[in-house]
Design a protein around this ligand. Structure first.
Ligand code: PRX
Length: 661
């Protein structure tokens, strides 16, 4: 925090520091979309039909027969036999309602340029691009991959796919060429939409070379569409099978493409995410359940209304951007702000400037960003009028009470409720959070499960933990936004999420998200973090095995173990413990090649914070690497008893090396 604290500030900080519970302001409650706590009972008493309330937010071409079909657990189906189209729900119906001239997307580029897409304009371009995709040969159910930064053509392409019933698979632009190839191969995706480059801190970054390199690793033919983001700043040649986005859209100017009728259970998109093995998981989301769920949670939790200006600062390359920049907000007909760049360019007040300029009502970001804002200082938000804000949200990792209170005071001016929303790529939308117009907020604790969501914290024997105790977070009833399976891998879907706690003989199906949590007296859930080998680095989900296999692929590396160490800004940071091959020297050269290897295989987000060379890794007598111990070493924590190790002597060596660095 800044260092020029006035006595009033100090007093206020002291008061805030002690305060453990915060009530939503009356002014917020009065206008909230949901303000009656009876909603919890209503959902509980009327489950699963309570979810009709979510489905009612959409336009259906044909009504569904059943809210839930659980005849083939855990392959649940929602709103069965209902028919709808996601792009028609996000666009056409708003235009038909006479709201075509209202802004759907307010895009802000990093160089300061802006573009507004009204609903009518967005619909036009979506239809034109949908027609172009069809011309390229895209048919219903073909997976179209997108490898794009935060430019408006990304949501256009997603909605164009949704319009013609082609599932999209968006690969985060910060992922490497290899990561793109792996995902395209896994999805058998024969179409790619990408761009020439984008801007970061004012510099033009090449993206097309990375996309081309990725394509060289794809084992089948691909048609590629390239958006020209950089104009004359970076020239590119289009190769065989590569098409210019602007040309395609121009060729189809004025095209009209009817939205394809999709079954509720038809796939809307695939999103690859990290798991415990090296192979990313293709999470499958469907049209009816997912769209209902993100619309409902956008309305109930983010309190979005059509005439709001709403801003989620996530990247569309992750699930948060899918659910809460594109699908939820647009289904509700609001204005969604989209920002291309970094929060501290050209100055550290960039986000606050945008909030002031657009009169943003609702702002949703990640704790890692809030920690950065805190470090930069309260003077940056103080320079701007943020009084348009009505609600704040966070997602992606636990938020510590200090960061929560800073956000509450310096961004929300103690007038905006904060929703700390726990959910995952797999859950499609929010699961555990306060309802901002209903519940007391407790900094650091996400809150109760949402109405209709049966989240429980349990012991290994499945008994619920007592208040104050920690256990595993589980979800014991299905919900409409849930993933339906892992793409072409039903077996892994069952083993990853259901095997731990379900009992098929008893017809008991329990979803295990691989998070640990604590429960309070009042039923509030404090999420503690992953209990599997998945790291959360700056809110980005990374598998330790993916990073390990990248490191082992580097010449000179014999064995590697990757763990997460605590990090003040990133939450967690990557620690790599590496054994060299005989004949190779430990040192900066190998360290650089390891970092490069990780960046090539995954991307800069997975870059190790520390590479620690060690002659051995601590192993149990049965030969398993003791990751917990490596984590404790990274965090300089007490190591406890290490005598059961096969090689206890190695511990001191490693500790000394970590300390040295
Ligand atoms: O560990 C939890 C953490 O992020 C994981 C899910 O990551 P991903 O699928 O990439 O989705 C992130 C955005 C929804 C979870 O298993 N996580 C997410 N939100 C929170 C959280 N941890 C604590 N509090 C949260 N609010």
């Amino acid at each position: 925090m800044g260092d020029s604290e006035s006595p009033e500030d100090v007093q206020l900080e002291a008061r805030l520091e002690e305060q453990e519970a915060f009530e939503p302001p009356e002014s917020f409650v009065e206008q909230a979309n949901v303000s009656d706590e009876a909603i919890y009972d209503e959902f509980a008493e009327n489950w699963p039909d309570c979810w009709e309330r979510a489905a009612d937010l959409l336009d259906w071409e044909e009504e569904y027969d059943a809210v839930l079909d659980d005849s083939n657990e855990p392959f649940y189906e929602w709103f069965t036999d209902g028919k709808l189209n996601a792009s028609a729900n996000c666009l056409d119906r708003h235009v038909a309602d006479g709201r075509g001239d209202e802004a759907a997307i307010e895009w802000v580029g990093e160089l300061g340029e802006t573009r507004t897409y009204t609903y009518a304009e967005l619909l036009d371009e979506v239809e034109e691009f949908a027609a172009a995709l069809r011309d390229l040969g895209v048919e219903e159910d073909d997976v179209v991959t997108m490898y794009m930064p935060m430019i408006p053509e990304l949501p256009v392409a997603m909605l164009a796919c949704a319009r013609i019933g082609a599932p999209h698979s968006v690969v985060f632009a910060g992922f490497s060429a290899d990561a793109l190839a792996t995902r395209m191969n896994s999805a058998d995706s024969e179409y790619l939409v990408t761009c020439d480059g984008y801007y970061r801190r004012g510099d033009a970054l090449d993206h097309k070379d990375k996309a081309d390199e990725g394509l060289s690793g794809v084992d089948h033919g691909v048609d590629t569409v390239v958006v020209d983001r950089l104009g004359d700043d970076l020239d590119h040649d289009l190769g065989d099978g590569q098409h210019d986005y602007d040309d395609l859209v121009a060729e189809h100017e004025g095209a009209s493409v009817d939205p394809v009728t999709r079954d509720a259970e038809d796939m809307l998109f695939l999103m690859y995410t990290s798991g415990t093995t090296g192979e990313p998981k293709g999470v499958k989301h469907t049209t009816g359940g997912y769209l209902s769920y993100v619309s409902w949670t956008s309305q109930a939790v983010l309190d979005i209304e059509a005439d709001d200006t709403y801003w989620c600062s996530a990247d569309i390359g992750w699930i948060t951007g899918h659910s809460y920049i594109v699908y939820g907000p647009l289904a509700l007909g609001t204005t969604s702000v989209m920002y291309e760049g970094t929060p501290d360019y050209p100055e550290k007040d960039r986000l606050w400037e945008i909030i002031e300029e657009y009169g943003v009502d609702i702002f949703y970001t990640a704790p890692t960003a809030i920690r950065a804002f805190m470090k930069w200082g309260k003077e940056y938000p103080a320079e701007h009028d943020l009084s348009s804000l009505r609600l704040l949200g966070t997602v992606g990792e636990p938020i510590n009470p200090r960061a929560w209170k800073w956000y509450y005071k310096h961004i929300g001016n103690e007038e905006c409720p904060i929703v700390d929303t726990w959910w995952q790529t797999e859950t499609g939308g929010m699961m555990v959070t306060t309802l901002p117009g209903v519940n007391t907020m407790k900094p650091g604790s996400a809150g109760p499960p949402l109405p209709g969501v049966d989240a429980k914290v349990i012991h290994p024997n499945k008994a619920e933990v007592d208040p104050g105790q920690a256990g595993h977070l589980t979800v014991q009833k299905p919900w409409p936004g849930m993933l339906r399976t892992l793409y072409k891998n039903d077996e892994r879907f069952v083993s990853e999420y259901w095997a731990e706690y379900s009992d098929a003989d008893e017809d008991e199906w329990i979803y295990f998200p691989e998070d640990g949590a604590k429960i309070d007296d009042d039923g509030y859930i404090t999420v503690l973090g992953r209990v599997d080998d998945v790291l959360n680095v700056s809110g980005h989900r990374l598998g330790t095995m993916e990073i390990e296999s990248a490191i082992v692929g580097v010449e000179g590396v014999a064995e590697a173990a990757v763990v997460g160490g605590d990090h003040e800004m990133k939450g967690e940071a990557v620690y790599a413990y590496v054994i060299t091959e005989d004949g190779y020297e430990e040192g900066d050269d190998l360290r650089d090649r390891i970092v490069e290897g990780v960046e090539d295989a995954i991307g800069p987000i997975a870059r190790p914070e520390q590479v620690v060379f060690t002659p051995e890794l601590p192993k149990t007598r049965s030969g398993k690497i003791m990751r917990r111990l490596l984590e404790d070493i990274a965090n300089d924590d007490d190591l406890g008893d290490t005598s059961t190790l096969r090689n206890p002597d190695v511990v001191d060596d490693i500790q000394a090396k970590v300390g040295d660095d």
